[in-house]
Design a protein. Sequence first.
Length: 265
Amino acid sequence: MYISKELADLMEQSEIDYMIDRMKAIQERPGNPMGIDVQTFGGAAAFYSQAMPWPQFNTVKGIGEQEAERLDEILEFYRKRQGRCQFEVAPSKSHPKLMKALFDQGYYQTGYHATLYGEPRSCETGREHITIRELSADEMDLYAEIHCLGTGLPISGKHHIADNNIVLYDRDGWKFYAAWVNGRPAGVGVMYIQDDTASLTFATTLAEYRNQGVQQALLEKRITEAHRSGCRIVVGQAAYASTSHRNMERAGLKLGYTRGTWIQA
């Protein structure tokens, strides 16, 4: 499986697909408490959350040359909601017309983020001190606690994390896993499967259990489960050259591309 524009587009679409499903699930909570809105503009998807102002929930994915002509519409979508957004531009969609349009609107590139891919296979190596299993519905509070502590979020917001993920638990395609080290909860990982594509959507490890193979075990578990589910490709994202990036490569994934992040001055 060698890199091509078609494969790069598939990888980008896998990220758009899981994000759309995730945001719509949260939007469907009674009263839409997170103030979620999702709208597509050609091949681009615009995500907005009033209650979660962080960039990952207020971002435009899939934008390319064709959507550059609709940039004013996209920005108006956020202006009407008094929100700000970032744009994520994949190399396969980059074009001088798009870059100039973003620049003319006061946007500039601030960094890169890596997208990796690989063919699913059975790859669990087994570690005596680490146990990985799928979480049950009544363990989503544990998931939320590890999510907060592993990412540096205040534990006081645990119930928000739990509420925004329990809606995914029984939704088609979503799987939640946790890792135990010597019987103690140490990390979590999430996977979303649509058609024959598996997306590694989130993972974190508690600080005291890092450098013990936890993230590697969570990656191997999900890649193996993708193989058992008949998937053709596994896709994941990580900060470029980060520990997560290296762990994905150790698990057999390889770099597909780095996408640019554009924000407004």
